[in-house]
Design a protein around this ligand. Structure first.
Ligand SMILES: [Zn+2]
Length: 204
């Protein structure tokens, strides 16, 4: 009897102790900013990685098209940063290079140019992959198998492949091959980018 009673007491107080620990831990982990964001409904998924803007720290570029834009990004989740040829392209996230092309010198809005885009593809530690497209001829500084750090200078922008003007096309696919939107660190905080705005890279 006594043994059983002790057990029930242990279970009861154990549960209360666990509850207190959970509440305390949860409270302790929230910063004032997080509480402010929660109250304002600005809830973000915990697993959402924070990308750097894919160019040199301090430089800023106009985002021409963002997710599902009307021109060439219909039903496509990708970003087009307008930039003159030869602008430095930097890794938005650390990873391993899985594909590169740097031998093309042609570009335009003809179907024959679809496969002519110079590019870099980088695989991240969660299996997702980022694509950096339309780089200039010989504008790739990394090779397949290279490990790159976030912010590392990996190439130069250009106008190769299926493109109407010099720009960087940036696109991310998750491990299952699904095209996804990603958050970036900007002067205005950690956000999903919007078209028609300039974004300055503040970290590399
Ligand atoms: Zn594009």
């Amino acid at each position: 009897m006594c043994y059983l009673r002790t057990n029930i007491l242990l279970m009861r107080y154990g549960f209360i102790f666990l509850l207190i620990t959970c509440v305390f831990t949860a409270t302790a982990q929230l910063t004032d900013k997080e509480i402010y964001d929660l109250k304002g409904g600005r809830v973000k998924p915990d697993n959402s990685f924070i990308y750097s803007l894919p160019y040199a720290k301090g430089s800023k570029f106009l985002l021409i098209q963002a997710y599902n834009s009307k021109m060439s990004h219909k039903n496509e989740i990708s970003l087009d940063f307008k930039m003159k040829k030869g602008s430095k392209i930097c890794a938005a996230r650390a990873g391993v290079v899985t594909a590169v092309k740097a031998d093309s010198d042609v570009g335009g809005l003809k179907d024959e140019y679809l496969s002519e885009g110079n590019h870099i593809i980088i695989k991240h530690n969660d299996g997702s992959e980022a694509m950096y497209w339309h780089l200039k001829k010989d504008g790739v500084l990394v090779a397949v198998g290279d490990t790159v750090t976030q912010g590392q200078h990996i190439g130069y922008s250009g106008n190769t492949g299926y493109t109407a003007f010099p720009h960087l096309h940036f696109q991310v696919f998750d491990a299952a091959g699904k095209n996804i939107a990603t958050r970036f660190l900007t002067k205005k905080g950690i956000i999903y980018l919007r078209p028609g705005k300039y974004y300055r890279c503040i970290r590399n």
